[in-house]
Design a protein around this ligand. Structure first.
Ligand code: ZN
Length: 368
């Protein structure tokens, strides 16, 4: 094994339009650059992994394994690539892989396939075919190109160090990949199948992601005479109602706590303490600002599962009405809401119809 891996991460990401440079943006739970570093480490193919960056301090803080070296890059991609080759020269590498940090999605299998082909070839480059039709424009004319003849080159690309170093040293023009150097010299390149998922992240939209969270809620209220019973936002005919500072709607309270749990915003008591202004408040009024917050924050409820724990009233009798009411209140399709009735075999306070409890689980997705 005498392979070296160069990761080019000195780009300024002009097209990315974000405060932090692209290579340090969070993507699939780590920074974009760390996908390339981790995969090259995991492949066990390399003597050294050289990261070329203009954010030395940021990367040096991260304490990578010793074989990862971090050096300062140049102005253009080709400058950084040459700086890396000059740095590596002292190690007398046989092969060097050059990779753009903006491609975090390559597989270790691809690395191994490239390494295997390096035994027989001095240059190995992964390619994919164009999915789009392509036109070629000159000053006064447009031509159709046959896309079957077009090769889209990806990185990592790998080369014999000796040849690449010679070509790069004498290159005067800006180049966008190292394969260009070999093609300019009419040198044979072994093209292998690249990977469709190995796309280059160029625009912030390329990495728009979503994250899903879960929350649970629980509530219990005492049943008392001479109070109306509210469940899921509607009045249910019953001999008693639920005691509480509000209307005592255990279902809506458990839903509120489940949502707050999923979005990590504490609990219902934080927003609706037992103070005068909330005395006898109807629960849909408590739910409303929370649902408004969800839609303003690109948060969307996926589904809701409810256990209503009581001896009576019979849940089956009111299920559809309660679900329809909740569906309106939280702006969620009825078939994403499930309501189960659960008795407690006449045990305890709930069994003696002295209380009603409710538990809820919810799933919420945050879109970027
Ligand atoms: Zn409550």
């Amino acid at each position: 094994m005498n392979n070296y891996f160069v990761i080019l991460a000195a780009g300024k990401s002009k097209r990315f339009h974000n405060k932090i440079a692209k290579q340090f943006h969070n993507y699939k739970n780590k920074e974009i650059i760390d996908h390339s570093i981790d995969k090259s480490l995991d492949s066990n193919l390399f003597n050294k992994i050289l990261v070329v960056t203009n954010n030395l301090n940021r990367l040096k803080k991260k304490k990578y394994p010793k074989i990862v070296k971090i050096i300062r890059g140049g102005k253009e991609r080709s400058d950084s690539s040459l700086i890396a080759l000059k740095y590596l020269k002292k190690y007398k590498p046989k092969n060097v892989f050059v990779h753009d940090a903006a491609r975090p999605n390559f597989s270790i299998k691809l690395l191994k396939n490239i390494a295997k082909n390096l035994k027989n070839y001095k240059a190995v480059v992964p390619i994919i075919r164009s999915k789009d039709s392509i036109k070629y424009k000159t000053q006064n004319q447009i031509f159709n190109l046959n896309r079957d003849n077009l090769l889209l080159t990806q990185t990592p690309q790998a080369f014999r160090f000796k040849e690449l170093y010679e070509f790069a040293k004498n290159q005067k023009n800006k180049i966008t990949d190292e394969a260009t150097l070999f093609i300019n010299k009419n040198y044979k390149i072994k093209f292998i199948n690249g990977e469709n998922q190995n796309n280059k992240i160029t625009y912030i939209n390329d990495i728009k992601t979503s994250k899903t969270y879960y929350g649970i809620g629980f509530d219990i209220h005492k049943l008392i005479r001479n109070k109306k019973l509210f469940l899921g936002g509607i009045k249910i005919p019953f001999h008693s109602g639920l005691e509480g500072h509000s209307d005592g709607d255990v279902i809506l309270h458990a839903i509120i706590d489940a949502i707050l749990g999923a979005i990590r915003k504490k609990d219902i008591g934080t927003y609706f303490p037992n103070t005068k202004i909330f005395k006898n408040i109807r629960s849909p009024k408590m739910l409303k600002p929370i649902i408004n917050h969800l839609s303003k924050s690109n948060l969307s409820i996926n589904n809701l599962d409810i256990n209503l724990i009581c001896e009576k009233p019979k849940v089956s009798k009111y299920r559809n009405k309660i679900i329809a009411s909740i569906s309106k209140l939280i702006d969620l399709n009825k078939n994403q809401i499930n309501l189960k009735g659960k008795t407690v075999e006449k045990l305890g306070l709930i069994g003696k119809e002295k209380a009603i409890a409710c538990e809820v689980i919810i799933s919420v997705t945050k879109y970027d």
